[in-house]
Every structure is written in structure tokens, then in C-alpha cells.
Ligand binder design. Structure first.
Ligand SMILES: Nc1ncnc2c1ncn2[C@@H]1O[C@H](COP(=O)(O)OP(=O)(O)OP(=O)(O)O)[C@@H](O)[C@H]1O
Ligand SMILES: [Mg+2]
Length: 255
């Protein structure tokens, strides 16, 4: 098949179970400066997708582009086949997309419960059921609903941030570094929670600094380099790929 044929057939080639498709997206913050350069990604129904890559590669920018927080200049983003390029975050939340940013992801002066209620602002009914669902996954939050989020540890804040995103019952969850700043034991715990959320049927796209752990638990991974998807494959295959090990995993990849 020639290139032009494959382009023309792109729509027909779309997997029937595609949930999020990022197609050759170019995006950036400042005029004339592209951070994402023809970057592509696919998340199928129920998949846990891991995104790894060096600092500044554009990992957070990719999640922000999906969530309408950075301008997409070229290319397209689709959700269940429907184009959502540059749609605003509130519209995306209504369509079932949840986003947990890398930093500043809780309201410190509000209690845990108030933070969670903020997550449900578009669907004020069903608070009790959603609270039950998230406190099942994060029981430690359920016991401390009246505590101010600002007084929580980094790991606990991360749980609040994830819970808030889960309050709307999203079909798709975008997670930016859920294990950042946590001790190794807490990191393992964070990954287990992510896995649990994913197993509950939420298609999950996770950016991670902890590349090796991320590739171990994700179904498929993307290695981002200078705003492009440099490598992609099954998590296990990327872990054992000499190019990926040499460039991005160092000796950590060899065990
Ligand atoms: N709001 C912004 N305005 C201008 N440039 C930005 C902004 N946010 C990020 N950038 C730039 O975009 C590039 C990619 O940043 P991004 O945060 O996407 O990287 P990352 O891969 O998530 O890195 P890290 O692993 O450090 O989190 C960086 O060069 C950064 O300086
Ligand atoms: Mg980042």
C-alpha cells in the first residue's frame, strides 16, 4: 500500500474499539513554537496506556491537548470516533473524560468531601453513589471526608485528585504522573489503584516518570521524544527493546 492510500483509508482503518485517537497533532503554547510535533496515540476500549519519555518531551502537553487546555494547531483528536479537537474542558468532562493534572490538582482550603463534590458539579444527583464508588477504591479518604485537603500528604492529595476526576463516572481518565513524589511503597500502591480503576472499565491514559513500572503495568506504551511518539508497543515489548532501554530506561530496563 502506498502512503497516499494509507492516508485515504485512515478513517476505514480506525479500530472499531478506538476510544481516544490523537492523529498527527501539532500543538504549542507560544506563537511559532510547537511542543507536540505530529504526535499520534491510540487508546482502545478498556486499555491502560502508558506515556513515558524524558523531561520536557511534551507528555503533559499531550494530555493537555486531549483535554482542550493547549491549542491544537494541526491534526485531530477524536473520542469514540467524534472529533473533539480544541473542545473545552467542561465539554469534555460532560462527554466522560476525566483529567488529573500533574500539579495543583486539589483545592487545599476545601475539605476532602468538598473537593469530591466539586468533581460532580455537572451532575449534582448521584452524589451518594459516586462517593461510595470512590471511597471503595480509596477507603482512607472515606474516613476523613471532613479534613482539609491542604493538610494531606502528597500521596493523599493525589488520591483526592483521582477521586475527584472519578466522581463524574468518566469513561476515559487522563492521569499525569500519579506516582510523582511518592515513596517506593506508596508508588506501588498508586499503580495498584490505577490498575483497579482501569479494571473497573475506565480507559486510562497515564503519563509516568517511573518508566519501568509504568511499562510493566500498562497494556501498551508510547515513548515520547521531542513532541513525537518515537516508539510504541506492548509495555513488555518496550521494556525489552534495546533502543528504548538504551535511550530511555538506562540500566533500569534490564532485569
Ligand atoms: N504553559 C506553558 N507555556 C509555555 N511553554 C510551556 C508551558 N508548559 C510547558 N511548556 C513547555 O513545553 C515543553 C514540554 O513541557 P511538558 O510539560 O509537556 O513536558 P513533560 O514531558 O510533561 O515533562 P516533565 O517530565 O518534566 O513533566 C517544555 O519545554 C516546557 O517548557
Ligand atoms: Mg509533565
Amino acid at each position: 500500500m502506498t502512503n497516499s492510500e494509507s492516508t485515504a483509508n485512515a478513517v476505514l482503518d480506525r479500530p472499531a474499539d478506538a476510544v481516544v485517537e490523537v492523529e498527527t497533532v501539532t500543538a504549542g503554547y507560544l506563537p511559532g513554537v510547537n511542543i507536540l510535533n505530529s504526535c499520534s496515540l491510540l487508546a482502545r476500549q478498556g486499555e491502560l496506556i502508558g506515556i513515558i519519555g524524558p523531561n520536557g518531551a511534551g507528555k503533559s502537553t499531550l494530555l493537555k491537548a486531549i483535554f482542550g487546555l493547549v491549542k491544537v494547531r494541526e491534526g485531530a483528536i477524536r473520542l469514540y470516533g467524534e472529533e473533539i479537537t480544541n473542545l473545552k474542558a467542561n465539554k469534555l468532562v460532560a462527554k466522560g473524560v476525566g483529567f488529573v493534572p500533574q500539579t495543583n490538582n486539589v483545592f487545599p482550603s476545601l475539605t476532602i468531601q468538598e473537593n469530591l463534590e466539586m468533581g460532580l458539579y455537572q451532575k449534582p444527583k448521584g452524589l451518594k453513589e459516586r462517593l461510595e464508588f470512590v471511597t471503595d477504591i480509596f477507603p482512607e479518604l472515606g474516613k476523613r471526608l471532613g479534613q482539609r485537603a491542604g493538610s494531606l500528604s502528597g500521596g493523599e492529595r493525589q488520591m483526592v485528585a483521582m477521586s475527584r476526576a472519578l466522581m463524574m463516572g468518566p469513561h476515559v481518565l487522563l492521569l499525569d504522573e500519579p506516582s510523582a513524589g511518592l515513596s517506593p511503597v506508596r508508588q506501588d500502591e498508586a499503580f495498584l489503584r490505577v490498575k483497579e480503576i482501569n479494571r473497573a472499565g475506565v480507559t486510562t491514559i497515564m503519563v509516568e516518570q517511573n518508566a519501568r513500572r509504568c511499562l510493566q503495568i500498562c497494556d501498551r506504551g508510547y515513548v515520547l521524544d521531542q513532541g513525537r511518539d518515537a516508539y510504541t508497543g506492548a509495555g513488555r515489548d518496550l521494556l525489552n527493546d534495546p533502543k528504548v532501554i538504551g535511550l530511555y530506561l538506562g540500566t533500569l530496563g534490564q532485569d
